[in-house]
Design a protein around this ligand. Structure first.
Ligand SMILES: [Zn+2]
Length: 77
């Protein structure tokens, strides 16, 4: 095989690899952003009407309202 053909194969190969790694990077970043958004818990205070959210894993005990201190439970959609 001609040496130039090998050069061409390597050139296109590395180009494809670069595109694939870029795609992989963005795909991973998007997933991480989505995970952060999903972990946000939204609360609505039944006492004063305040709407607030926290980044907490376990909210089964509820979360206190930052305005009046009333313990509210998570909103479910
Ligand atoms: Zn409140």
């Amino acid at each position: 095989m001609h040496p130039f053909t090998w050069f061409l194969i390597l050139y296109t190969g590395s180009g494809l690899m670069a595109i694939a790694s870029l795609w992989f990077y963005y795909e991973k970043r998007e997933k991480r952003v989505f995970d952060v958004r999903r972990k946000r818990r939204v609360f609505h205070c039944v006492k004063c009407g305040e709407l607030y959210s926290v980044r907490k894993k376990d909210v089964s005990e509820g979360q206190e309202c930052p305005k009046c201190g009333y313990n509210n439970f998570e909103l479910s959609f």
